[in-house]
Each structure stands twice: as structure tokens, then as C-alpha cells.
Write a protein that binds this ligand. Structure first.
Ligand code: GLY
Length: 280
């Protein structure tokens, strides 16, 4: 039994269901992320998420594979599928990371995913912000990220999601991606830290726990963040610093919703959990 994909939050089970019978390549990954971006009932990520303090969306997206292709979109306001544009950028030697107006202009000129997202009215808080998916196939890992960042964030604020090494990282030894308090995550370059530990022989679970335990000691506050990771032997794990964290895996073509707890346990999402859980 090996796990071929892992993704963040409850919504990720639907996204994995969508692609479970497909060839798990970058195309399937982006299809799953676009599906989440476009869902009108999801307000934590994508075109219907919570805008910044000025009332407009600034979206992040990223793509990385274990061959070293990296692309990212930072704080774009007119790109409805930032991970797809990041994927296109990842094949460029130069200009593989674009921010703000430059990212919007690039997408307008070159991509068919240029649309103006519709910001949600009002200023409700969201409890998290990032859809991250990792898939593993015969050629290695692919990671895709879509994030609206913190709800009501300062205009121009950058979190972990578009930053390689912080919000996501993979190489031939493993893959890791993050969600939650972006400032806390990026201060520890946590995704890279986890994969480095896996390269040095730590199991995926130990790599997550040890990286985060060390990082949490250095932070002088309690941060709310979560990580998912996949290893070459098909093992996976997830970490949450404070709150129960639902995530989904694709195991033998079956999408399963699991929950990681701050004590390190991971359990199947049962009816009780699903009844109480309010998030996307
Ligand atoms: N984790 C996404 C952000 O804080 O921007």
C-alpha cells in the first residue's frame, strides 16, 4: 500500500477524488488545484476567498517538481489559477517567480487563466488559507500550491506559500508543503528543513516532528501551522502545531480523509470530527 498523493484540508478529499483514476502527473495536479480555486463554496482559497484589508484579492501560487523546476506567483490580483501560471513559469531559466502587476501582466499576455477573481463581500475571518497538493509518480514529486494568504492581510503582505523552501519543497528524497501561519512557517524555511532531514535518513514522521519541535522552540509565540509530507517508500505524514488538521491521501486509488492532531497522532476523520469541523 503506497500513498501517491497528499493534500491539505477537508476539501482535498474532493480534489483527490477528481483525479484518482488519472495519470498522476502535473496536469492532474493542476486540474485538482483549479477545481478548488473555482469552487464558489470555498472561502479560504481561490477566487471566492477573503480579500486583503483593502478589499481585493492578492493570490499566491506555486509549482515545484523534484527535477528542480520551480515557479511561483506572488500577490497577483488578476490570476484565477496561480498554480497553473506558476507551472508555466517553472520551465523558465529566468523570470520564474513573478509578483504583483508583473505577474498579472504576464498572465494577461500569455495564459488563458486570466480572469478577475470576485472578492467576497465583508471581512469574515478564515481559519486557514492554503491548498497544497503533493503527488508522486515514476518521475518523482510534483507540488502545487494555491493560497489567498491570511484573510484581511496587509496589502502586499507575502506569506510562505509562494516561497520555495518555506511553503513547499521537494527533491529526489522527499516532498513537503505547508499551510497556516505563513510568517511562522517562512521563519523556519520549514518545507526544506523537513526534506533535508528526510535526506539524512529520518522517517517522514520524525522529520516533520523534529523540524517543527526545533522551530517552535525558537519562535517566541505559539503559531498555528501545519505541514504534509511524502517519502520515496510511499510513506506519508502530517504535522499540526495547535489544532486538529484534516488532510487527504490517495492510497491505492482511494481518497481518504485523515486528521492530524497536535499530539502527533493521525486518525481517520470520523463522523464526530466531521460534525464538529467548520472549515473547508
Ligand atoms: N500559509 C499562507 C500564508 O500565510 O500566506
Amino acid at each position: 500500500m503506497t500513498v501517491k498523493a497528499i493534500a491539505t484540508w477537508k476539501m482535498s478529499k474532493d480534489a483527490l477524488e477528481l483525479i484518482k483514476d488519472e495519470n498522476l502527473d502535473a496536469k492532474a495536479l493542476l486540474k485538482a488545484i483549479e477545481y478548488i480555486d473555482d469552487r464558489m463554496d470555498i472561502h479560504t482559497v481561490g477566487s471566492y476567498s477573503i480579500p486583503n484589508e483593502k478589499g481585493y484579492l492578492q493570490l499566491d501560487g506555486a509549482f515545484m517538481d523534484s527535477k528542480g523546476h520551480v515557479g511561483s506567483i506572488i500577490e497577483a490580483s488578476h490570476i484565477s489559477h496561480p498554480a497553473t501560471v506558476a507551472y508555466e513559469l517553472s520551465f523558465k531559466r529566468q523570470n520564474c517567480i513573478l509578483a504583483g502587476n508583473g505577474a498579472d501582466e504576464y498572465a494577461k499576455e500569455t495564459a488563458n487563466s486570466y480572469e478577475i477573481p470576485v472578492p467576497l463581500e465583508g471581512s469574515m475571518d478564515n481559519n486557514h488559507d492554503t491548498f497544497a497538493m503533493i503527488i508522486r509518480n515514476d518521475t518523482g514529486y510534483n507540488i502545487g500550491i494555491s493560497s489567498s494568504g491570511r484573510a484581511n492581510k496587509h496589502e502586499g503582505r507575502v506569506g510562505d506559500s509562494p516561497l520555495v523552501g518555506s511553503g513547499y519543497y521537494c527533491d529526489e528524497d522527499g516532498a513537503c508543503a505547508a499551510t497556516g501561519d505563513g510568517e511562522a512557517i517562512l521563519k523556519g524555511c520549514l518545507s526544506k528543513e523537513v526534506v533535508t532531514r528526510m535526506s539524512m535518513g529520518e522517517s517522514v514522521k520524525d522529520a516533520l516532528l523534529n523540524a517543527c519541535k526545533r522551530h517552535n522552540k525558537r519562535l517566541d509565540y505559539q503559531a498555528d501551522y501545519c505541514l504534509i509530507a511524502l517519502a520515496n517508500d510511499g510513506s506519508y505524514s502530517a504535522y499540526t502545531s495547535l489544532n486538529p488538521f484534516p488532510f487527504a491521501i490517495l492510497e491505492d486509488n482511494e481518497a481518504r480523509l485523515l486528521v492530524a492532531y497536535p499530539d502527533g497522532n493521525i486518525r481517520e476523520a470520523d463522523n464526530q470530527f466531521l460534525k464538529e469541523y467548520q472549515g473547508d
